[in-house]
Design a protein around this ligand. Structure first.
Ligand code: SAH
Length: 456
């Protein structure tokens, strides 16, 4: 690791003055930065060009005087000319830290990129070497920190003495703060209630987060899902959640796969229910990671019932369900004005004739069907839909591995699908049926269909 030529620190400016010399956009950029503080900001320029009116700053449209600089906490110079030279000379004479925009050699300090969750701040600096990198890192950190986290920091600050009084054990105190900061929507009352609860049972309460992992790409995970994965002690995931998504959790988090895979012991639903209840009862934060959205064919209902019965706190984080990823991959508007007034998510697996009759009628009326768990029985389901009154020429689109880089698209009509012995790519699939499917972009899929669907 290299040595730093600059030292990052948090410099007190409350009740002090910050001087900016210059009236153009460069000065405005600095104003944007320093007006995040409670310092009083003064701008000096013989000519004011930029619009400073959105900021609570004092603007002096005149030449700078030596006495203006006296007593300032920081001086920024964002122009050239006699005023700039005077400001530099006075700042140096008085020992006031100086920043000259775009002239590193003349700077006493640089301004870092800031992630602002006041009072929590993250400053990112590359000592001026790579501002683009700093911005990139900043964007990543922005995504990691919930908007409400600053409020939580203030709450934690305000509660410090109470926490010290009520919880003596250091580790227990830390568990309280961890619990507090992992709930960005807390207010003061809730934070105190949580404190009382921690003080009463001596340890943090466990919680289960039912998290939608999306269709299988890391970047289709929500920011909230990512944050909670970072906080979880245990990640209990299904087989369909790819390793790359599970890896987004904390490095030292325990990982338990409860899915059905060869070589793995697979858990029954009852065992999964028991497992998550037990882990949370031990005080652990459990991320129950499910593919797509947890509330769609995710057996969330059973798990929630078990958690409620055991009195365990839970929270649900939605995810991108496979049908929506399939719609995006194929540019299919599943609802479409004058064509499709709705969208039905249904499971093909285990569908009864009465279900098929119902769906056939819905698809005839224009609604789009999204059939899950139907790849292996696609031809059979298509045939039964036609038998129950769906039009044989109704468009069908199938997306295997939706939302992933290895997605594969297939397009046909119900009748073609019913008669076809199709060899689909490996992976989970969603079958879209309905008139709106024809509005999608199944480019490449048509050829695959011609090859693979036998036209009866
Ligand atoms: N909760 C999940 C569904 C789980 S049921 C969700 O909201 O997406 C499992 C079924 O989901 C699979 O049989 C398949 O039909 C569908 N599925 C899951 N991931 C998929 C993907 N990446 N591409 C296509 N279909 C997928």
């Amino acid at each position: 690791m290299g040595l730093l030529n600059t030292f990052p620190l948090s410099f007190k400016v409350k009740g002090k003055r910050i001087i900016i010399v210059g009236g153009t956009d460069e000065a405005l950029n600095k104003v944007r930065l320093v007006s995040k503080t409670t310092a009083s900001v003064e701008i000096y320029a013989r000519q004011i060009e930029a619009d400073f009116s959105a900021f609570p700053v004092a603007v002096f449209e005149r030449a700078l005087r030596a006495e203006d600089v006296v007593g300032a906490a920081l001086v920024f110079v964002a122009e050239e000319g006699p005023d700039a030279e005077l400001a530099k000379a006075e700042a140096r004479r008085l020992g006031i830290p100086l920043n000259v925009v775009d002239v590193p050699a003349e700077c006493d300090f640089y301004t870092p990129s800031i992630v602002d969750r006041a009072p929590l701040t993250v400053a990112i600096s590359t000592e001026g070497d790579a501002p683009v990198l700093a911005r990139l890192v900043r964007a990543q950190i922005e995504a990691l920190l919930a908007p409400g986290i600053g409020k939580i920091a203030s709450l934690a600050g305000g509660l410090r003495h109470k926490v010290e009084n009520l919880i003596q054990d250091g580790a227990a105190r830390r568990r309280y703060y961890e619990d507090l900061v992992s709930r960005p929507d807390m207010d003061a009352g809730a934070a105190e209630a949580l404190l009382a609860q921690h003080a009463a049972d001596g340890s943090g309460q466990g919680v289960v987060w039912l998290i939608g992992a999306g269709p299988g790409s890391e970047d289709l995970l929500t920011l909230r899902a990512q944050r909670l994965l970072q906080q979880a002690d245990v990640i209990v995931h299904d087989q369909l959640v790819p390793a790359a998504v599970v890896e987004m959790g904390r490095r030292d988090a325990e990982q338990i796969c409860v899915g059905k895979a060869r070589g793995h012991h697979s858990f029954s639903q009852a065992q999964i229910n028991t497992l998550i209840v037990r882990l949370a009862a031990e005080g652990k934060k459990v991320a129950r990671l499910k593919s797509g959205d947890p509330m769609v064919f995710g057996r969330a209902g059973e798990e929630i019932a078990a958690l409620r019965k055991a009195g365990i706190a839970y929270q649900i984080v939605p995810g991108v369900s496979a049908a929506l990823a399939a719609a995006a991959d194929s540019a299919t508007p599943v609802t479409l004005r004058k064509v499709s007034s709705g969208f039905v998510m249904a499971t093909a697996h285990g569908a009864e004739d009465s279900d098929l009759m119902h769906w056939a009628a819905l698809s005839q009326s224009g609604l789009t069907l999204a059939l899950y768990m139907g790849k292996a029985i696609a031809a059979d389901v298509a045939g039964r839909l036609v038998a129950h009154g769906a039009a044989p020429d109704l468009p069908v689109g199938i997306v295997v591995n939706a939302g992933r880089t290895n997605r594969a698209l297939y397009a046909a009509t119900l009748w073609q699908l019913a008669g076809g012995a199709v060899v689909f790519a490996d992976g989970p699939a969603v079958i879209l049926v309905g008139k709106a499917v024809a509005a999608g972009d199944w480019a490449g899929a048509a050829d695959a269909a011609a090859e693979q669907f036998k036209v009866a």
